[in-house]
Design a protein around this ligand. Structure first.
Ligand code: SF4
Length: 360
């Protein structure tokens, strides 16, 4: 590790709180970076880093996964989706199982792949399963506008796009959730900027520090949170100012709201959160898979032993799930937090299974 990292570790040690504090890393990329770089092992148990609802695959609800699967089962479609989604278990099936049963499901890296397939194959209906936060939504917006411009009739989007700030507010309203600081997501903040965190820091009196993803970024950000706590002055700070601006990326924000509008959305673990999701506007209704493909009633069955819901609220850590490393492993995941490359269970399993923390 470099000199900046070592200095930040020193700062964290100097600012160590008297009593235990809970700091939530909101973003799944932070979760993975913390585990991969052994950052938790650099300070004492008094600084408790917990995961939050920032892994898009993990927060996609069983309800939405079952809905996608019902569409895939009942209609003859060419389906494009991001890789991790394929293995997430729904109530009775998964996209991977549907693929093994002969459904035409392709893993893609961009919604543009789905759009270009639809344009080249006008007789084939194409469905793109759109997941992700403010970071990925602008790309979906661009392909939907392009589909509109080209007047495509065979392109559909199932949107589970979600917004981070409404989820954070509702999470902090939950009396069970006791957070002392938020390590705010760098990628999402590059789009939305630092302003949306101001009302959160003010209302809930909680430090919000936007962080980059290098080990030294995260360690400096933790020190910034501890400093705010020590001084009793919670506010919004931007450690990732080399990328994140106060106003964010206005062009990307405009693109999102040109195509989408805010609606209630189902989040795993958090439930149906008002105005926390994005659905296609009326103008683009012809591309909305939820409105174009009817399915019957969706009966959800959750795996009651899976603790993903509590992990996404920062109430539990992966080793507290009795299936962790036993019934549930990355090769055989029982919940999305073990499936996703940004999932907390996968991060713990890969990097922290046998690691001891330094003593207090
Ligand atoms: Fe769910 Fe598996 Fe994580 Fe347990 S270890 S919470 S079953 S994903």
């Amino acid at each position: 590790m470099n000199k900046l990292f070592e200095e930040a570790v020193g700062a964290v040690k100097r600012l160590e709180p008297q009593k235990e504090v809970n700091i939530m890393e909101v973003c799944g990329t932070h979760t993975m970076a913390i585990s991969r770089n052994g950052l938790r092992q650099k300070f004492s148990h008094k600084i408790n880093l917990v995961s939050g609802p920032g892994c898009p695959v993990c927060v996609t609800s069983t309800y939405d996964i079952d809905w996608m699967i019902e569409i895939v089962k009942n209609y003859d479609l060419k389906v494009f989706t991001f890789g991790d989604m394929v293995r997430v278990p729904g109530s009775t099936s998964s996209l991977a199982e549907q693929k093994s049963l002969g459904k035409d499901i392709t893993v893609c890296y961009s919604p543009a792949d789905a759009l270009s397939y639809a344009a080249q194959n006008p007789s084939r209906d194409v469905l793109f399963l759109a997941i992700g936060f403010e970071t990925t939504t602008p790309l979906t917006s661009v392909v939907v506008s392009e589909a509109y411009r080209r007047r495509l009739k065979n392109f559909f989007v199932f949107s589970t796009h979600k917004l981070v700030p409404p989820a954070l507010k509702l999470l902090l309203e939950d009396p069970l959730v006791k957070m002392d600081g938020l390590l705010c997501p760098g990628h999402v903040s590059a789009i939305i900027g630092s302003r949306p965190y101001v009302p959160i820091a003010e209302k809930y009196k909680i430090p919000c520090v936007i962080s980059g993803f290098e080990p030294e970024d995260i360690m400096v950000s933790i020190a910034m949170i501890l400093k705010q706590l020590r001084e009793g002055k919670p506010s919004v700070s931007n450690q990732y100012s080399r990328v994140v601006k106060e106003e964010g990326n206005p062009v990307a924000i405009e693109k999102i709201y040109e195509v989408f509008e805010q609606k209630d959305s189902h989040w795993r673990g958090l439930g149906l959160l008002p105005q926390s999701g994005l659905e296609l506007k009326e103008k683009y209704r012809m591309f909305d898979a939820k409105k174009s493909f009817e399915v019957g009633k969706i009966d959800i069955t959750e795996n009651s032993a899976c603790e993903c819901g509590n992990i996404l609220k920062g109430l539990k850590k992966p080793p507290e799930c009795r299936l962790f490393g036993k019934g549930c492993k990355p090769q055989q995941p029982l919940g999305p937090c073990m499936v996703s490359s940004e999932g907390s269970c996968a991060a713990y399993y890969r990097f922290e299974r046998d690691v001891e923390r330094i003593s207090d």
